[in-house]
Design a protein around this ligand. Structure first.
Ligand SMILES: [Zn+2]
Length: 108
């Protein structure tokens, strides 16, 4: 690893925050930084340029922690069947928790 590159374990955020960047924006930003995310067992890692604790990118990664873990988990045949959705299936279902709730009419 280059010296200015860090491998940091990301803990989930304590409080929800609707103002953080979306996962799409986050993905583009990580690409721009040449950073990567990976999951070791269920632990989420960020590898890339060092970020300050209050960096908006780091805050966004923490807030999207659970979704990012799903996104970077190797899970052939275990993903939501909804096209464009990359989340893992809910237990006993062929769709993710978002789409299970959507079917029940609780999520638009
Ligand atoms: Zn889904």
């Amino acid at each position: 690893m280059p010296e200015d590159c860090v491998d940091v374990v990301i803990e989930p955020a304590d409080e929800p925050d609707d103002s953080v960047m979306t996962t799409d924006a986050l993905r583009n930003t990580l690409c721009g930084l040449n950073a990567q995310m990976y999951v070791d067992d269920t632990v989420l890692h960020y590898v890339g340029p060092r970020l300050d604790d209050d960096d908006l990118i780091l805050i966004a990664i923490k807030h999207h922690h659970d979704l990012l873990v799903e996104m970077f988990t190797f899970a052939p045949g275990r993903r939501c069947v909804v096209e464009t959705c990359s989340r893992l299936r809910d237990a006993g279902s062929t769709v993710c928790i978002d789409h299970v709730q959507g079917e029940a009419g609780t999520v638009s």
